[in-house]
Design a protein around this ligand. Structure first.
Ligand code: PLP
Length: 489
């Protein structure tokens, strides 16, 4: 048929409500079957790279495929090839918890089909993002200075924590050039030599921080965190590293603190770095991609209070331990101007933005992309559906399950397991007395269908058991403990 499709089979391009309902229902039924089948399978997929792609033609289909066949392929090839992060035995990485409202909101987002270029291109897209970013900040106890309603600070949804970090590092660099040379023109601030600028991070920080520094043209100094407790940065160690750098002619520009490190969920004591912003004029950023969710609980509120008092910016992922699904990387700044100074740009083809205000913050000037997805709708639907009480109880549940497992490990009388670090969120780090036994345990748990990834802590093998999948119940954790004991006894 060449480029022209056969009109008899061609589905209408226009969104047809009746077709949407009919095919939507069939699709939801397929998703429901998939969801119900998840617990019967293991977490990891027993496939080699390329094996799944071999099930697809090398060229795209020229003619339309009947929807029933598409669904069939979904069920026979796509779902079986997709690792389900919602599996009750999924305990790898950190959880990425989706939920019914998060899933359904994606269809609503696509149905609106908005490309949020600016307020005018989808007014509710912008206004709802302002509303939900303030909601989430309030819920976590991040202070009013970071809320949009302050008119000075505010928050924006980014694709990922790594991208948020890159944006922040670029802003920190530009800000420091302006501070050092107040007469610098706006344009020239971007072209300055930054080779003496240094960012300080913990050696436990996520590698995306180092990557962000690299991309922003900044030196990155990894300061060794202390093992005692769970790998925290000591202010005196950071001060010493800065003094050495200053003596060598370098200039400290930023400090990135981690709240919930990826390997062991260690936390830097944010309050202990309060003087750094005052004395050294540093940009202090907190990466709380995973554990920031815990700030919703009273027990951890003192830490978000420290964020409110000490930092310039903070990020937390709604896609990890927060029911909001991927992608929902929240970023808040104390002063939006720091972002606007770097990202403001426009063209004659854009509508007149009008006067900027709380509900018209012109988000295109807060980060790189012009077109932005209507992700705020997902966050709004999740908050409405569960309420803050529901989200809080989900976060508490992962901590309760982890506490239960931590206690069993501590009480185990024969010393069959040890916890190399003291963790306090939903992550439990555990190892056997020998690396060989730890790796043996990892393979046994994998055979039993668990998704638990081995890691290294202080050069020794260890297991990271990350609780927080919505399907994981107390019974699953108790079974896991029995399976661990059965292996070592
Ligand atoms: N920071 C921390 C503490 C993380 O745990 C992770 C991922 O696990 C990241 C940053 C990177 O997250 P993203 O995939 O959103 O870039």
């Amino acid at each position: 048929m060449g480029a022209r499709e056969s009109s008899a089979m061609a589905p209408p391009k226009k969104v047809d409500g009746d077709i949407l309902v009919k095919l939507g229902q069939q699709t939801l039924e397929a998703i429901s079957r998939f969801t119900k089948s998840i617990p019967q399978q293991g977490v990891w997929k027993d496939v080699e790279p390329g094996q799944l792609a071999a099930d697809f033609a090398k060229e795209p289909p020229v003619e339309p495929t009947e929807y029933g066949q598409i669904l069939q392929k979904l069920e026979t090839t796509i779902f079986p090839g997709a690792l389900s992060w919602q599996h009750p035995k999924f305990m790898a990485y950190y959880p990425s918890s989706s939920s019914v409202p998060a899933i359904l909101s994606e269809t609503v987002i696509a149905s609106i089909g908005s490309v949020g270029l600016q307020w005018k291109s989808n007014p509710i897209g912008t206004e709802l993002e302002v509303v939900v970013m303030d909601w989430v900040a309030q819920f976590l106890g991040i202070g009013p200075a970071f809320h949009h309603t302050s008119g000075v600070g505010g928050g924006i949804i980014q694709n990922t924590a790594g991208e948020a970090m890159l944006n922040i590092m670029i802003c920190a660099r530009t800000r420091m050039h302006r501070r050092l040379q107040p007469d610098l023109s706006w344009e020239d601030a971007f072209h300055q030599d930054s080779s003496s600028f240094v960012v300080y991070i913990s050696d436990q920080a996520h590698f995306s921080v180092e990557k962000a520094c690299r991309l922003a043209g900044l030196r990155c100094r990894r300061v060794a965190a202390r093992l005692e407790g769970n790998f925290s940065l000591q202010p005196s160690d950071v001060k010493e590293a800065m003094e050495k750098d200053r003596a060598a002619g370098l200039k400290p520009v930023a400090l990135v603190l981690t709240y919930g490190s990826t390997n062991t969920s260690g936390t830097d004591d944010i309050a202990a770095f309060k003087d750094f912003a005052q004395e050294d004029d540093l940009w202090i950023h907190v990466d709380a991609a995973y554990a920031g969710a815990a700030w919703s609980l009273d027990e951890f509120k003192k830490d978000s209070q420290a964020v409110s008092e000490v930092v310039t910016s903070v990020n937390m992922n709604g896609s990890k331990w927060f029911l909001c699904g991927f992608d929902s990387a929240f970023l808040w700044v104390r002063d939006r101007q720091l972002l606007l100074d770097v990202f403001s740009a426009s063209g004659v083809y854009m509508a007149d933005a009008g006067e900027l205000s709380i509900y018209n913050p012109e988000f295109k000037d807060w980060s790189v992309p012009l077109g932005r997805r209507f992700r705020a709708l997902r966050i709004w639907m999740v908050f409405e559906y569960f309420g803050t009480s529901g989200i809080r109880s989900y976060i508490q549940q992962a901590i309760d399950q982890a506490n239960w497992l931590r206690e069993r490990i501590e009480e185990e009388p024969k010393g069959l397991f040890e916890q190399p670090v003291t963790t306090k969120f939903g992550l439990v780090c555990v190892r056997c007395p020998s690396d060989e036994a730890t790796l043996g345990l990892a393979s046994r748990l994998s055979e039993l269908g668990y998704g638990i990834a081995p890691s290294k802590i202080c050069d020794r093998d260890a297991l990271r058991i990350a609780l927080g999948s919505t399907a994981t119940t107390q019974a699953h954790v108790e079974q896991l403990w029995k399976d661990m004991l059965a292996f070592v006894q």
